[in-house]
Design a protein around this ligand. Structure first.
Ligand code: 5AD
Ligand code: SF4
Length: 472
């Protein structure tokens, strides 16, 4: 094989070509196209990785379909909470039967869950019908690994512990033509004590600003109007670059891109959210009026045990500062209930922050013990019934407040980026306001990808019904 002198991307294109030849010969043999399906669990980061997997599968010659009865099925897994893992094992169990009917099909697994050695051991032992397993660090080698599976004819496993490599310029297929996620950094250095992410996604590394800008410019030339900048902790972007650049400075440069209308980003860690960033958000109209700011807990004691490095007061002060700079900003959050040692008083502190901040929405999670994290061995794990009760009370508060907060835009006219024709009522289209709230209004498919001014006629708890201003 003469691939040593090539760049990594060139090597991967070489393997895509090799695999393509195999797919073509299989198609001739079978007299039908070969199909593939990517099934995604977890966060925006995984959704973006799945677009990359899809791009490579298409380049190899597979026809993408939306079914696990495909010739190539790949699960892009998440392991942030235990139930995410259970769902993958459940699906794999069912796949055994499907593979019996199509023995030549390939089943592949990748993503965060594969970075856990116990998972791979279990798969090796009890899930022999899996063909290919790789992790989060070598996803850029997907084509090469598919080629190895084709030529070796047996299960291929390739998991890396870590990497400092970022491979640019591989194919990727956007799910929507008008919006896309853009990775700006990978990994996390925070080590919140409950979180498995730093162990499965590795250390923080930022992409070069030029590479990010180039990718966005290319996307805009293809019709993208909204980007979501992705990273586990975008506020610490650029710290590890040879020529350090702050996230706020990167945002300024991105906002200068002609044709780009909206910029979103996630996730922000409260401890790293700088005044400089708040100022940029206030000044740049392209930055969406929405910030996802994970709280995790409202109790300073619990926050300390979580290693979050801010207090309840710090968080509330930050929210104040944000609201002063951007009065119309929508805030959303993540909250964990039942962290080890959480008392009723601690939980009431969380409810207090929920009341004081008034989130547009909050993702609420029951604490899930992740082996290998410091919290997994902490004493005072909270009994299940207590956690359930707190979870229900939190959800009730969050929903009541969200409905109230959400309704504050009623009667105003807002720009809505139309995303799709409504699934339930095809005379409506569905889109999102700058602050991420969903709006339905009369319209047709020709509006998809366009930003339309819409009169918000009525608020239905967490979404709006509206009327296009142009039609009136
Ligand atoms: N248990 C419950 N929720 C968790 N999260 C991360 N780790 C855990 C865990 N062990 C939540 C956090 C994070 C979101 C992505 O998932 O709230 O912000
Ligand atoms: Fe996990 Fe904390 Fe990193 Fe978020 S910031 S990925 S919660 S360790």
């Amino acid at each position: 094989m003469l691939t040593e002198h090539l760049t990594e991307a060139e090597r991967q294109y070489y393997y895509m070509d090799q695999c393509h030849q195999w797919v073509t010969s299989q198609e001739e043999k079978l007299g039908r196209p070969l199909t593939a399906s990517v099934i995604t669990f977890g966060c925006q980061m995984n959704a973006r990785d799945s677009e990359k997997l899809t791009g490579i599968l298409e380049k190899i010659g597979y026809t993408m379909i939306d079914s696990e009865k495909a010739d190539f099925v790949i699960y892009n897994t998440c392991t942030v909470r235990e139930n995410a893992n259970m769902r993958v094992y459940g699906r794999l169990g069912q796949m055994k039967q499907i593979k019996k009917k199509n023995p030549e099909m390939f089943i592949a697994l990748c993503g965060c869950m594969m970075q856990e050695p116990e998972v791979v051991e279990k798969l090796k032992k009890s899930y022999r019908h899996v063909d290919l397993i790789f992790g989060t660090h070598n996803i850029f080698k997907f084509a090469e690994l598919v080629y190895r599976r084709i030529t070796e004819g047996k299960m291929v496993i390739d998991i890396w512990k870590d990497t400092d490599q970022i491979v640019e310029d591989l194919p990727n297929e956007r799910k929507y033509p008008f919006k896309t996620g853009i990775n700006i950094m990978f990994g996390c250095n925070n080590f919140c004590s409950y979180c498995i992410v730093p162990y499965v996604r590795g250390r923080e590394r930022s992409r070069q600003p030029e590479d990010i800008i180039r990718e966005i410019e290319k996307a805009v030339a293809d019709g993208v109007v909204e980007v979501m900048l992705l990273g586990q902790n975008v506020n610490s972007y650029g710290k590890t670059l040879e020529q350090p650049l702050s996230f706020a400075q990167l945002l300024r440069r991105i906002c200068r891109i002609d044709g780009l209308e909206r910029v979103r980003f996630m996730t922000s860690h409260p401890k790293d959210l700088s005044d400089e960033l708040i100022q940029v958000m206030a000044e740049e109209p392209k930055i969406c009026r929405h910030l996802h700011l994970p709280l995790q807990s409202g109790s300073s004691d619990i926050l300390k045990k979580m290693n979050r490095r801010y207090t309840k007061e710090d968080y509330l002060k930050l929210v104040d500062k944000l609201r002063r700079a951007c009065p119309d900003i929508s805030l959303t959050t993540d909250i964990i209930v039942g962290f080890p040692g959480e008392t009723e008083e601690d939980f009431l502190e969380t409810l207090d922050v929920v009341e004081k901040v008034g989130y547009d929405s909050a993702y609420t999670f029951i604490y899930s013990k992740r082996t290998g994290t410091p919290a997994a061995v902490m004493e005072d794990q909270v009994p299940e019934d207590v956690v359930k009760d707190r979870f229900n009370r939190l959800l009730e508060r969050v929903q009541t407040i969200a409905a109230r907060v959400c309704s504050r835009h009623e009667g105003t006219v807002q720009d809505v980026l139309v995303e799709e024709v409504n699934h339930q009522d095809p005379s409506l289209v569905t889109g999102k306001m700058s602050n991420n709230i969903v709006v339905h209004f009369k319209g047709d498919a020709s509006l998809i990808g366009k930003i339309v001014p819409v009169h918000l006629t009525s608020c239905k708890n967490f979404y709006y019904m509206g009327e296009s201003v142009k039609n009136n």
